[in-house]
Design a protein around this ligand. Structure first.
Ligand SMILES: Nc1ncnc2c1ncn2[C@@H]1O[C@H](COP(=O)(O)OP(=O)(O)O)[C@@H](O)[C@H]1O
Ligand SMILES: [Mg+2]
Length: 255
């Protein structure tokens, strides 16, 4: 079943056409990587699926519901969106920040169960020891993990991650991708993540969506869609696809 369905979507920011004729679907429990150069429309695509950005043409369905018709609360229960950056303000403890992710489930104030859920995801993301720290006092990587924890505590069916590994050291890059992989396998969470690292996409996604100038230039099963030709077309770079190592690296002509 297609958990995410995008049909003929066009998005404009004033004079800039950010997405054009975008049609795709992502099945339940599948991990889709959104790839493309800077400014190709990756963030806009994720924001459009979350319903924050409204397309001028086309439609978006998540779990068979039109995103345009969902209230923000309904959307927040269904879709966890992890932006690349956020501005945080002083005076909020990490645990309270993560708990804001439970808001779509909370009617009055957080229950013990809400706190338990928050602490359990914080433990998975290894930020439990930071619970009482001020949110402004986290490192980039810690804040990234707090953002992911905040999205997960809502227990969404769909997780949209915007460059989830870009602020993390190698260990946490692997940890986050392994976690995402496990969530998709065990909990059937459907994931769409914008990535810069083609090797990460090659190893951790079932489907690859290659964007350039707001259009999809290649899409399909990751191992078929990511080829030297499609990489050259979209990124303008000669690349080597090392299938035995499940790695993609730029070709090297230097010394
Ligand atoms: N809020 C905005 N206002 C105007 N133009 C924007 C805005 N956000 C993004 N854009 C433009 O839309 C295009 C796609 O941007 P974006 O989705 O952020 O790409 P990516 O995430 O792939 O780097 C770019 O040309 C960018 O400059
Ligand atoms: Mg972006």
């Amino acid at each position: 079943m297609a958990l995410i369905k995008v049909i003929g979507v066009e998005v404009n920011y004033k004079s800039v056409k950010a997405l054009e004729d975008v049609t795709l679907d992502v099945s339940e429990g599948e991990i889709a990587a959104v790839l493309g150069p800077n400014g190709s429309g990756k963030t806009t695509l994720l924001r459009t699926i979350d319903g924050i950005v409204r397309p001028v043409r086309g439609s978006v369905y998540v779990d068979s519901k039109s995103v345009a018709r969902l209230t923000r609360r309904e959307a927040a229960r269904l879709i966890g969106y992890v932006p690349q950056h956020i501005n945080v303000s002083r005076g909020v403890k990490v645990i309270d920040f993560v708990l804001t992710g439970r808001r779509p489930h909370i009617s009055f104030s957080p229950s013990d169960r809400d706190v338990d859920i928050a602490l359990s995801y914080m433990s998975t993301l290894e930020i439990e020891h930071l619970a009482t720290r001020d949110i402004t006092e986290l490192s980039g990587g810690e804040l990234q993990r707090a953002l992911i924890a905040r999205a997960l505590v809502a227990e969404p069916k769909v997780l949209l991650l915007d460059e989830p590994t870009s602020n993390l050291d190698l260990r946490y890059q692997v940890a986050i991708l392994e976690l995402v992989s496990e969530l998709s396998r065990k909990k059937k969470i459907t994931v769409m993540m914008a990535l810069h690292d083609l090797t990460q996409a090659y190893r951790y996604s079932d489907k690859a969506i290659l964007l350039s100038n707001g259009r999809i230039h290649a899409m399909g099963a990751t191992h078929e869609a990511l080829t030297p030709d499609t990489i050259k077309l979209v990124f303008g770079v000669e690349a080597l696809v090392l299938s035995e190592h499940k790695a993609i690296i730029p070709a090297f002509y230097g010394r």
